[in-house]
Design a protein around this ligand. Structure first.
Ligand code: SAM
Length: 299
């Protein structure tokens, strides 16, 4: 249930491609402190979905997660997601977290896809080194083929964030900023904590994780047809890739249990116009920051 105290903190124009339909949309963003209100129809729709995908199919989806993402990039190559030019505006740490002006910023983009987040940053800021990893070997190849890729400024590698130790490619405690942009939602909720623990080892004490992903009651969550529900707030798309929709509380608990401190955590609501369907639809994202404490509390 949404609280009545939703605070509208900031409004801006944002442009993006809607992942589900590939429909380009434009909208204004509003920061919200609690989940958006559902209409009675939306509430009925969500509560009527009780049947979950069978255990057999769920195990198969988990086993084939990497294959399904790799096939996604085989079909869509570099054409699906738009370059994310909003990151430096939304996350000032990407520019401001240096202790001295000439300091090189070391960044890890975990689950980089084909590099829509990192290449605008590399273009924008010459004094940055980027580690970028993804599950999909094809996605990593696309990153390496990008004309902006050069080994002096980037290191891209294939890795399953739930299983492969990041320290095989990234020195322990060396990274200033980790970006997790629409990645954790693709991972089974039971394995999300493993990803955060993996990231924590390469992050410097005092280093920051910048997170943006699908939020509770995003339009994409309400579009899923029956037969696509895997669990609470967790769904499978037609192509076998999965998507979790985050509440603030779930995300905060996940990070706190992995040893991080909370800096900020808020919903971003964007009323977008889906030009193809002529509809105004609410997109909801969760945008958050966490730090690895400089002096971890002993348990
Ligand atoms: C929606 S895309 C986002 C890509 C990129 N961060 C961006 O902003 O465009 C999600 C990415 O997560 C990757 N991914 C999913 N599970 C993963 C895992 N266990 N380890 C590493 N990457 C994973 C997928 O291959 C896919 O490229």
């Amino acid at each position: 249930m949404a609280l009545m105290t939703n605070e509208k903190c900031k409004v801006e124009d944002i442009e993006e491609v809607e992942p589900e339909t590939k429909v380009e949309s434009r909208g204004r963003e509003t920061k919200l402190c609690s989940v958006r209100d559902l209409t009675p129809e939306e509430r009925d729709r969500l509560s009527s979905e009780r049947t979950l995908v069978s255990d057999f199919k769920q195990i198969k989806l988990e086993k084939e997660a990497q294959k399904n993402w790799d096939l996604f990039y085989k079909r869509n190559t570099t054409n699906f997601f738009k370059d994310r030019h909003w990151t430096t505006r939304e996350f000032e740490e990407l520019k401001a977290c240096r202790e001295f002006e000439s300091q090189k910023l070391i960044l890890l983009e975990a689950g980089c896809g084909v590099g829509n987040c990192i290449f605008p940053l590399l273009e924008d800021d010459l004094n940055i080194f980027v580690y970028a990893c993804d599950f999909s070997p094809r996605a990593v190849d696309f990153v390496k083929e990008n004309p902006l890729y050069c080994t002096e400024r980037c290191c891209a590698f294939q890795c399953d964030l739930t299983r492969d130790d990041l320290m095989e490619n990234v020195p322990e405690g060396s990274v200033d900023v980790v970006t997790l942009i629409f990645v954790l939602s693709a991972i089974h909720p039971d394995k999300m904590k493993l990803v955060l623990e993996n990231i924590s080892k390469v992050l410097k004490p005092g280093g920051v994780v910048l997170f943006r992903d699908y939020g509770m009651y995003d339009h994409a969550m309400l579009r899923f047809k029956s037969g696509n529900k895997l669990g609470e707030n967790f769904y499978v798309r037609q192509d076998g890739t999965r998507s979790y929709f985050f509440s603030k509380e779930f995300l905060a608990k996940l990070f706190l249990e992995a040893g991080f401190d909370l800096v900020s955590n808020e919903y971003v609501l964007r009323e977008t116009v889906n030009k193809k369907e002529g509809l105004c639809v609410p997109r909801v994202f969760l945008q958050s920051k966490f730090i690895r404490p400089a002096h971890p509390q002993s348990s």
